[in-house]
Design a protein around this ligand. Structure first.
Ligand SMILES: [Zn+2]
Length: 354
């Protein structure tokens, strides 16, 4: 099962028919209410993807959910592989995520580790995107970077990506999702002792978010943690507990991974900011073009003098009107729709002056 909200952040492999698939580790046998809530919430909100070994192989005749044109996408899997890969090479990771949610067969195909090349090609179509980090699978990374909903409540849009914790989380969900070190006790009553041991061994290498200690429900602590990150680390610590790895070696390994994650986090934040700046600039250009076009059209209708008078008075009556300020190209059809109301606005302005 691919689920960005799963309790564990590490990918592992399972076999689905003949397909080795991206899944998240599920071999921690503890049943945690916290994760169970998240997983069931995710499954209820999203498609029911292959969550067990009983899903069909891509070439099988499993049922395709046909809604609108969705069923037609099934045809992609009947194309010769090289042609299919050629089509995928023009897509971006978000397209693949969406495709994977259109049918079970496409999902199995895209979640197959042997088809990771498809995701790599899609990533290469995104300028300057930092490379895939070692702690995430391709679909996990795509979901973190491009699926613009909160991973907790599924509301869109959610632009707050907490890169180091590998989660998108809106302000509304933050307080109830992130726990201070001492509050983790309330998440894992039975296994808090092992959580405590992990903190004792590698506290400074657990991804966290710094918060104002006087705010939120965190007992005055200034660092908060995403429980699934802690759970993953706790799971990894079993190697030490079982004597399969020395504690020093284990801590060194966590330190290295933590440093990689933090470096990647910085690269992703820079990339996101540059993208947002570029997007804001593009929207501004579109707004300006639309405004010029509308002004030209109104001037052609004889409203040039009234527009000049409004400008001279510093009035924003027209320039900030909702039909003018939109960051949307102006089509002939759209102009036909908004023209009467803008003309009426100028008529009323002129009458007030008389
Ligand atoms: Zn939320």
């Amino acid at each position: 099962m691919y689920n960005s909200r799963n309790s564990s952040r590490t990918s592992s492999k399972i076999r689905i028919g003949d397909t080795e698939a991206f899944v998240l580790s599920s071999d921690d046998s503890e049943v945690e209410n916290f994760e169970t809530k998240y997983i069931s919430n995710y499954l209820n909100t999203n498609d029911k993807g292959p969550s067990s070994g009983n899903v069909a192989h891509p070439q099988s005749s499993s049922r395709i959910v046909k809604r609108g044109n969705r069923g037609k996408l099934e045809g992609m899997l009947k194309l010769p592989l090289d042609l299919e890969l050629e089509i995928y090479s023009y897509l971006e990771p978000l397209d693949l995520l969406r495709l994977s949610r259109t049918s079970k067969d496409l999902r199995v195909f895209l979640m197959s580790r042997s088809n990771a090349i498809v995701w790599r090609a899609a990533r290469s179509n995104v300028p300057d995107l930092p490379p895939l980090p070692s702690d995430l699978s391709e679909p996990e990374y795509a979901n973190l970077v491009f699926a613009s909903y909160c991973h907790m409540c599924m509301r869109r849009p959610c632009e707050t990506v907490i890169w180091q914790c590998r989660v998108r989380c809106c302000n509304r969900c933050f307080d109830s999702t992130f726990y201070s070190r001492s509050n983790l006790h309330s998440v894992w009553k039975r296994s808090y002792a092992s959580t405590f041991i992990v903190f004792k061994a590698a506290a400074e290498y657990i991804p966290c978010v710094k918060v104002a200690p006087w705010k939120g429900p965190w007992n005055g602590e200034d660092k908060v943690f995403f429980p699934p990150n802690v759970r993953t680390l706790r799971h990894k610590y079993r190697l030490v507990r079982k004597g399969e790895m020395g504690q020093e070696e284990w801590v060194a390994q966590q330190k290295q991974l933590y440093e990689e994650i933090m470096e990647h986090t910085a690269a992703c934040s820079d990339w996101q900011k540059a993208n947002n700046d570029k997007r804001a600039e593009e929207l501004q250009i579109t707004r300006s073009k639309r405004k010029s076009l509308i002004y030209n059209k109104l001037q052609a209708l004889g409203w040039g003098d009234e527009i000049d008078r409004l400008d001279a008075e510093g009035s924003t009556l027209l320039s900030t009107h909702k039909f003018v300020r939109q960051a949307k190209d102006l089509t002939d059809k759209a102009w036909t729709g908004i023209q009467p109301q803008l003309v009426k606005l100028l008529e009323e302005s002129q009458q007030r002056r008389l």
